[in-house]
Design a binder for this molecule. Structure first.
Ligand code: PGA
Length: 251
């Protein structure tokens, strides 16, 4: 069964004290969110543990924003999947456009990271999406298909049960510009088809595909009403508990 999910990507925001406070507010308000909507928050590594404690007893699941492409050893500054799992995460985001753009995250690395995350028992939220110039050149379908194929075609239908795709047009992230619900639906349906080509219709139907990019309370309803949009990966609006929860109540 396809899951509805609203995930908050806190990026490099909040210190431990702010993060714990935000998590407490989200946890408390999460009772208002319908049972079938999954909630996830992804704070910075430094307060995963403390935020996890603040979420205890609520339905809100914990995610990392990234993981290392090795299991352990001499990789200064990196955080492994086992470390992430050990502090209570159920998920990691991978391949966010900011990591692709600023930290040289390649599809090859994402294959390794996804393998390690799945082996550690983490769910993966894999981000894909085109840049503005790619959309303007009409290449958005090709770009998204390639990103999905380059990573996910290395996995099995069984693995796909623990993977969620987040379509995030780079031109809509943090810019206040949202894809229209028609633009988003069109590409979500296309991405689902790319999944179906390799894994069959059933796997594709069960796959959750989230929209990300300036999703907020005022546009979530229309986006989530689309047939192939199963929720959102929320940046800016996830830093305010009331907005995040309102988005999650928009199905
Ligand atoms: P935004 O970020 O909601 O602030 O546009 C979304 C994301 O990058 O995941």
């Amino acid at each position: 069964m396809r899951r509805k999910i609203v995930a908050g990507n806190w990026k490099m925001n909040t210190t431990k004290v702010d993060g714990v406070e935000l998590a407490k507010q989200v946890a408390e308000a999460s009772a208002e969110v319908p049972a079938e909507v999954g909630l996830v928050v992804a704070p910075p590594f430094t307060h995963l543990c403390a935020v996890g404690k603040a979420l205890a007893g609520s339905k809100v699941e914990l995610s990392a924003q990234n993981c290392a492409d090795h299991t352990s050893g001499a990789y200064t500054g990196e955080v492994s999947v086992d470390m992430i799992k050990a502090v209570g995460c159920g998920w990691t985001i991978l391949g966010h456009s900011e990591r692709r753009e600023y930290y040289g995250e390649t599809d090859e690395k994402l294959v390794e990271k996804t393998k390690l995350a799945l082996a550690a028992g983490l769910g993966v939220i894999l981000c894909v999406g085109e840049k503005l110039e790619q959309r303007e050149a009409g290449k958005h379908f090709d770009v998204c298909a390639e990103q999905v194929k380059n990573v996910l075609y290395h996995f099995s239908a069984e693995d796909m049960k623990n993977i969620v795709i987040a379509y995030e047009p780079v031109w809509a992230i943090g810019t206040g510009k949202t894809a229209t619900s028609e633009q988003a639906q069109e590409i979500h349906a296309f991405i689902r088809n790319v999944v179906a080509e390799k894994f069959g219709a059933e796997v594709a139907e069960d796959m959750s595909i989230l929209y990300g990019g300036s999703c907020k309370p005022s546009n979530a309803k229309e986006l989530f009403a689309q047939k192939d949009i199963d929720g959102g990966l929320i940046g800016g609006a996830a830093l305010k508990a009331s907005d995040f929860i309102e988005i999650a109540k928009s199905f």
